[in-house]
Design a protein around this ligand. Structure first.
Ligand code: ATP
Ligand code: SF4
Ligand code: MG
Length: 383
C-alpha cells in the first residue's frame, strides 16, 4: 500500500471507506486538459444529414499531477468514458487541447502517437470483452511489445511471466486462455497488459464495476500497490463513490459533460461545495449508524433523469434538478472557479461557503410554474 488508506476491505467497497490520508505532495503536471470537447454528430436520412450533436464532453479543464490518482465520478452518461478515451487519444477531440508532459498531443496522427502509446495506457471496464478469447494470456500481455517493436531483456515470454507475477497471477498461466479465469483474474491480466511498457499514466475506466464486490477490494488494492511500487499516475473513472474515495488523491465530479467540482479527497467528502456533489454523497450508505447521526446526513433524492446531452439545460446544467436554483442559475452558466483553498467549483450558490444562500433572487421552486419551463423538484428525506 502507498500513503493512501489502509488496504481496502470488502465491506468498504460495498459502503464507505474511512478517510485517513493526508494530502499527497503535489507533483509536476503530467497531463493538462483545456477546453476539451467531444461532440458526436447525430445524423438522419439516406444522406446522413447532421441534425444535432451529443455534447458528451463539453469543455473540460483539469490537470493530472505526476504520481497522483485523479478520480472521476458522475452519473451514467455524463461523459466519463468519453473523457477517458479523449485523454488516451482513442477518440479525436472536437475542440480544446491535451498536453502530455508539456507537449501538445491533441491532434497527433497514428505515427506520432506511437511513442506516446507506451506512456499512456488504458484499463477497460469489462474484463470479459476486453480480452480476445482466442488468444492466450501470453499473447495478450505480450501484444504491446510486438505492437511497439520492443524486445525486453530476457525476451517477451520471460517479461510477460514477470508481469503475471507482479499482478498476482502465476507465470504458468502464460499458455492459458481468458475463459479459464475468473473476472478478477481477467482484470489482473488486463492490468498486466497495461503495465507491459512501463507507462507513466494509466487511465482506468470503471476498473472494478464489473467484478463481484468481494473481488473489487483485491483489484483496488492491487492498483494501489502497483502505484506505490512503480510510481504510476492514475486517472480512475468510477460511478461508485466508495471506490473513488478509497483510490483518489483528488476528485473531479462530472455532470452532463462538464466538471462541476474538483478538489482533494478530504475537502470533497468533508465539505462538498456543489449541490450535485452533496446529493451524490448523501446517497452513499454509511455503515456505522453513530457516524451517520454525527454527520447529520440527510438523503437528497434527485428528481428526474439526467437531461439529454443533445440539448442540455440553459445556464447551470444542473438547475433542472437543483433545490437551490434561482433565476440566475437558469440564465448564466457558472464557470469552474478555483477558490483560495484550491477547491474548484462551478456554482452560483455553493454549499459550505459564505455566499451559499441564494441571496436576493428567488428560488426557482418559489416561482409559479409558468415562470420557468424547467422547474426543479427537490426532495430531502431523512435517510
Ligand atoms: N460513439 C458515440 N456516438 C454517439 N454518442 C456517444 C458515443 N459515445 C458516447 N456517446 C454518448 O455520449 C454521452 C456520454 O457517454 P459516456 O459513455 O462517455 O458516459 P459515461 O459517463 O461513461 O456513462 P457510464 O457511466 O454509463 O459508462 C452519452 O449520452 C452517450 O450516449
Ligand atoms: S445553485 Fe444554481 S448554479 Fe449552483 S448547482 Fe444549483 S442550479 Fe447550479
Ligand atoms: Mg462509461
Amino acid at each position: 500500500m502507498s500513503d493512501k488508506d489502509e488496504a481496502m476491505t470488502t465491506s468498504e467497497t460495498a459502503a464507505g471507506a474511512t478517510d485517513t490520508l493526508a494530502a499527497r505532495p503535489e507533483g509536476e503536471t503530467l497531463l493538462r486538459v483545456s477546453g476539451l470537447k467531444k461532440h458526436f454528430p447525430v445524423t438522419k436520412g439516406l444522406f446522413k444529414r447532421q441534425v444535432g450533436a451529443v455534447l458528451a464532453v463539453d469543455g473540460l479543464d483539469f490537470d493530472v499531477r505526476a504520481g497522483e490518482t485523479l478520480g472521476v465520478v458522475g452519473e451514467s452518461g455524463c461523459g466519463k468514458s468519453t473523457m477517458g478515451r479523449l485523454i488516451t487519444r482513442l477518440l479525436e477531440p472536437t475542440a480544446g487541447t491535451i498536453e502530455f508532459q508539456g507537449k501538445d498531443i491533441t491532434h497527433l496522427g497514428t505515427g506520432d502517437m506511437r511513442p506516446l502509446r507506451r506512456d499512456v495506457q488504458m484499463i477497460f471496464q469489462d474484463p470479459y470483452s476486453s480480452l480476445n478469447p482466442r488468444h492466450t494470456v501470453g499473447a495478450i500481455v505480450g501484444a504491446p511489445f510486438r505492437l511497439q517493436g520492443v524486445r525486453p531483456e530476457g525476451g517477451v515470454k520471460q517479461e510477460v511471466q514477470r508481469l503475471l507475477s507482479v499482478v498476482g497471477l502465476s507465470p504458468e498461466h502464460y499458455n492459458r486462455y481468458p475463459h479459464e479465469f475468473s473476472g478478477g483474474q481477467r482484470q489482473r491480466i488486463g492490468i498486466a497488459r497495461a503495465l507491459a511498457l512501463n507507462p507513466k499514466l494509466v487511465v482506468a475506466d470503471e476498473p472494478v464495476s464489473a467484478l463481484d464486490v468481494s473481488i473489487q477490494a483485491q483489484v483496488v488494492n492491487l492498483l494501489d500497490d502497483l502505484q506505490a511500487e512503480l510510481g504510476l499516475t492514475y486517472v480512475i473513472i468510477a460511478h461508485d463513490l466508495s471506490v473513488i474515495r478509497h483510490v483518489s488523491d483528488r476528485i473531479a465530479v462530472m455532470y452532463l459533460g462538464k466538471v462541476v467540482e474538483l478538489t482533494d479527497r478530504q475537502s470533497l467528502y468533508n465539505k462538498p461545495m456543489h449541490p450535485y456533489t452533496r446529493a451524490l454523497l448523501s446517497a452513499v450508505p454509511v455503515p456505522d449508524p453513530r457516524r451517520k447521526a454525527a454527520q447529520g446526513r440527510d438523503r437528497i433524492l434527485l428528481q428526474g433523469d439526467v437531461p439529454s446531452p443533445m440539448n442540455p439545460p440553459s445556464g447551470c446544467r444542473f438547475h433542472t434538478r437543483c433545490w437551490k436554483a434561482t433565476e440566475v442559475c437558469a440564465k448564466k452558466e457558472p464557470p469552474l472557479v478555483a477558490l483560495e483553498t484550491g477547491h474548484q467549483v462551478a456554482c452560483h450558490h455553493p454549499e459550505n461557503a459564505a455566499d451559499q444562500e441564494p441571496g436576493d433572487t428567488k428560488l426557482l421552486t418559489d416561482l409559479p410554474p409558468q415562470a420557468t419551463a424547467e422547474e426543479p423538484t427537490p426532495t430531502t428525506t431523512k435517510n
